[in-house]
Design a protein around this ligand. Structure first.
Ligand code: HEC
Length: 109
């Protein structure tokens, strides 16, 4: 019995850590919505900005993908829209975990 409960406890802990590592798609999309990102981006349609699926494809397998995207959505780099340069919008969050979740969600598409 002791072994059984140890096993149950171990699998429970594993499930909890997997849940923690998984991307929270709903939270990611809610934050993108709140930050007006969908004004220029859709998941798989081109708007003023590239679709997130295309971004995921572009960065697939690149070790610095998370770092690059995090900088892109937090440091307001200049981007060109219809031939006009403007500052890219920043994500409306200062929480590193929330930002990471958004970046990982985009990369998972
Ligand atoms: C006014 C329009 C506009 C808004 C609003 C906007 N973007 Fe963008 N975004 C662009 C454009 C244009 C590009 C392409 C830039 C380039 O390739 O030089 C881009 C590129 C990106 C990329 C790809 C960067 C790369 O290195 O390939 C990501 C990721 C991204 N945006 C995320 C976001 C997020 C997150 C938000 C909300 C905080 C957001 N965008 C809001 C226009 C916008």
């Amino acid at each position: 019995m002791k072994l059984l409960s140890t096993l149950l406890l171990a699998s429970g802990l594993m499930a909890a850590s997997f849940a923690h590592a998984a991307v929270d798609a709903d939270a990611a999309q809610a934050l993108l919505k709140k930050s007006d990102c969908f004004k220029c981006h859709a998941i798989d349609k081109k708007k003023d900005g590239p679709p997130y699926k295309e971004v995921a494809k572009k960065y697939k397998g690149k070790a610095d993908a998370e770092d690059k995207l995090t900088k892109h959505i937090t440091l307001s780099p200049m981007v060109e829209i219809d031939g006009k340069k403007e500052e890219h919008k920043s994500i409306k969050s200062k929480d590193a975990g929330e930002i990471k979740n958004v970046v990982q969600w985009i990369l998972s598409l």
